[in-house]
Design a protein around this ligand. Structure first.
Ligand SMILES: [Zn+2]
Length: 325
């Protein structure tokens, strides 16, 4: 594998490569960031780099070590919690059993622990002991969605590496390798929130955000074309969607923003380009001078600060109706 196979995260790649070239590799890293940011792939490439016999700026991909690492058959590359379910005391006991032995064939042993926050308390306490006196020939890479979920005593002994959202431009250039429909690519990039895996899933039809978007568009349609009783009919839908309300609010804001762009003859900025006719239709009824976007943004904050969910949603729908009538 090559570093270029992971999208974005250029600063992280540069600092990992530099640490190898200057012999300043840490004993333990925490790769933190949401799922789909490339943490596991970058951990694998870093591991391959550490095991490669001819590493320069990239692993050579030709040596014996690289070939074994590429197929996940390297005896000094250990992946813990591969199925991302839970990490029990016994799993850490196995790790400790091998960690104090010499590597089989390389200078180092590498341990990648997926979803490290799934360690049970006993597992975490046992693991902590290995971090207090880490063997010199070992590099551990803990992957997690949030390092606050790990024991602070573990975090303080590791080097934290925070994965950031990838720029829209970077996502678009990766998607262009998979698809030639530029409108579909831009739509997926816009709905991916800087997460390449999510963008790939959207473009391949394996993510339901566009289905949710279609539901939201239908809701706008109903609100615009019905009287206020419709608000109470929609309550069931919003009750079911309580766990996804942030996503729904984001979709609503993008939709209203697009309606406003279309109304202002700025169609070039529209995200939902595949729905341009419907955007124009909704644009006919919107009051352009409203503070609706700011209002909906506040709804998300209000729900988080424990305002009644149903009341917040009802008020939001009434506000939409007022602005679109
Ligand atoms: Zn190599």
């Amino acid at each position: 594998m090559f570093y270029s196979q992971v999208a974005g995260q250029e600063e992280i790649k540069a600092s990992l490569i530099k640490s190898i070239n200057s012999n300043l590799v840490s004993h333990c890293y925490i790769f933190e960031g949401p799922k789909g940011m490339g943490k596991f792939n970058l951990a694998l490439i870093f591991a391959q780099s550490l095991l490669c016999l001819n590493f320069h700026e990239e692993p050579c991909n030709l040596c014996n070590s690289c070939i074994k690492a590429n197929t996940l058959n390297h005896p000094d590359l250990h992946i813990i919690n591969e199925d991302e379910k839970s990490i029990k005391r016994e799993d850490i006991d196995d790790l400790i059993n091998s960690i104090y032995k010499k590597p089989y064939e390389s200078k180092r042993k590498i341990y990648i622990i997926k979803d490290a926050h799934l360690m049970t308390v006993q597992a975490a306490n046992t693991f902590l002991k290995t971090l207090e006196e880490p063997p010199a020939d070992t590099v551990m890479i803990l992957l997690t969605i949030n390092s606050n979920l790990l024991l602070p005593t573990i975090v303080s002994r590791c080097q934290e590496v925070k994965f950031r959202n990838i720029s829209k431009e970077t996502i678009i250039s990766h998607l262009k390798e998979l698809n030639s429909d530029i409108d579909a690519i831009e739509l997926a990039a816009n709905y991916s929130n800087g997460n390449l895996n999510k963008a790939i899933n959207i473009i391949n039809g394996n993510d339901d955000i566009l289905r949710k978007r279609d539901e939201i568009i239908k809701i706008f349609d109903k609100i615009i074309n019905s009287d206020s009783d419709i608000i109470y009919e929609l309550e069931n839908y919003f009750d079911e969607q309580k766990d996804y309300i942030d996503t729904i609010i984001e979709i609503m804001i993008m939709w209203i923003r697009d309606v406003m762009f279309v109304n202002s003859n700025m169609e070039g900025f529209v995200i939902n380009k595949d729905c341009i006719r419907l955007l124009r239709a909704h644009g006919k009824s919107i009051k352009m001078d409203s503070d609706i976007i700011e209002y909906i943004q506040n709804v998300s904050d209000n729900i988080k600060s424990n305002v009644s969910y149903r009341l917040a949603v009802d008020n939001m729908l009434l506000k939409i109706q007022e602005v679109f009538k």
